[in-house]
Design a protein around this ligand. Structure first.
Ligand SMILES: C[S@@+](CC[C@H](N)C(=O)[O-])C[C@H]1O[C@@H](n2cnc3c(N)ncnc32)[C@H](O)[C@@H]1O
Ligand SMILES: [Zn+2]
Length: 340
């Protein structure tokens, strides 16, 4: 089945060419009419959620014969575009109402009310995998509950300037990616997801985390904030070392206070480099030296680690990122680098 995108932007008209269709005239979230000339809308290409449309349309990227645009969400196994059954758009309503299927391996992924689970183990019934401490710790519902109610505030003792100031600093680095889609990797309870959505500088914000309870908390905070009712925010469960995006499709990645929690920071940063567009921006904050858990042995444990400045710069370089810059305050570091 093919969906032809006959125009882009807010008033995009999508025409289904399948000959069995009965689903004409679906109204999209932004009020645009999704008119279906003949066919039944089964698995839609992401349509309004496609990068091209969200970022103003770039016909040079239209290379997948019929489907029209490069897609954003991808299968965590094949990294090929997912096909969507349901309303288009990068927002909670559209994602919750949609089913997704990989165009290549045919695996299906569905929304768990608050978030779309795009981990490899999504939907597993018997298979169990216990991740390392830096990941597992944040899956605890109690940790998710207290994260913005005291836990995160503690970081300020190590030099973290606080979320509003951190956002301001991050936006200076993120400027070249304004207008694009930003992924708030390891978003936790959405401290920055909400701020990134409110600042209005991005076409959409994808809040991504491995922790189910963090994502539920994030959804709750978003729901409580009336100003975010119509925001283009999507919540996705995924592993940072298996990001569900096709290569070279994401404008910006923000990762607040997370690098030190990742099981393999080098695999994660390599993965971030893979999904960034050429010129795409990576911004992250983390801890220098042993300021988080002073009782742990110096420098490294298998997870929850801390860094030297040189290591962070080298990490970016090893993973193919360029133009490394940093801002330091006490043990706090904000770093940025971009994909060539
Ligand atoms: C300290 S919190 C940071 C939350 C928020 N970004 C902030 O700035 O406060 C670290 C987050 O990293 C997430 N995380 C840990 N391992 C991960 C993994 N393998 N993939 C994705 N997220 C992961 C945790 O679930 C947790 O939400
Ligand atoms: Zn697949």
């Amino acid at each position: 089945m093919a969906i032809a995108l006959s125009s882009v932007g807010a008033g995009a008209v999508r025409r289904c060419e399948d000959s069995h269709c009965g689903a004409h005239g679906i109204r999209s979230r932004n009020g645009a009419r999704v008119s279906c000339a003949v066919g039944k809308v089964r698995f839609l290409a992401l349509g309004a959620a496609s990068i091209d449309q969200l970022e103003g349309g770039n016909s040079s990227a239209k290379a997948d014969g019929g489907l029209g645009t490069k897609e954003l969400l991808a299968c965590p196994i094949c990294f090929d575009a997912l096909l969507r059954k349901g309303p288009p758009g990068i927002n909670q309503f559209a994602i919750a109402k949609s089913g997704f299927q990989c165009s290549t391996c045919k695996r299906s992924f569905s929304s768990r009310n608050e978030y779309l689970d795009l981990t490899v183990t999504s939907g597993a019934k018997d298979y169990v995998e216990v991740p390392p401490t830096g990941t597992e710790l944040f899956r605890n519902p109690l940790v998710s509950l207290i994260y913005e109610r005291g836990w995160r505030q503690n970081f300020e003792r190590s030099g973290f300037p606080g979320p509003d100031e951190e956002l301001k600093m991050a936006l200076e680095y993120l400027r070249p990616a304004f207008g694009g889609v930003i992924v708030d990797v390891s978003c936790g309870s959405g401290l920055f997801t909400r701020r990134l959505a409110k600042c209005g500088s991005f076409a959409a914000v994808i809040a991504l985390d491995f922790s189910e309870s963090m994502l539920r908390q994030c959804a709750e905070f978003v729901k409580q904030d009336k100003s975010l009712r119509t925001a283009d925010i999507a919540l996705v469960r995924a592993d940072v070392i298996r990001l569900p995006f096709a290569s070279g499709t994401v404008s910006a990645i923000h990762a607040g206070a997370a690098l030190h929690c990742w099981p393999s920071p080098s695999s994660a940063v390599a993965e971030i480099c893979r999904v960034l567009k050429p010129g795409g921006v990576f911004v992250a904050t983390t801890f220098l030296s042993n300021s988080i858990f002073p009782f742990l042995p110096q420098r490294r444990s298998s997870s929850l680690r801390y860094w030297t400045e040189k290591e962070l710069e080298e990490l970016c370089k090893l993973c193919g990122l360029v133009d490394y810059q940093k801002k330091i305050k006490g043990n706090f570091i904000m770093l940025t680098a971009r994909k060539q």
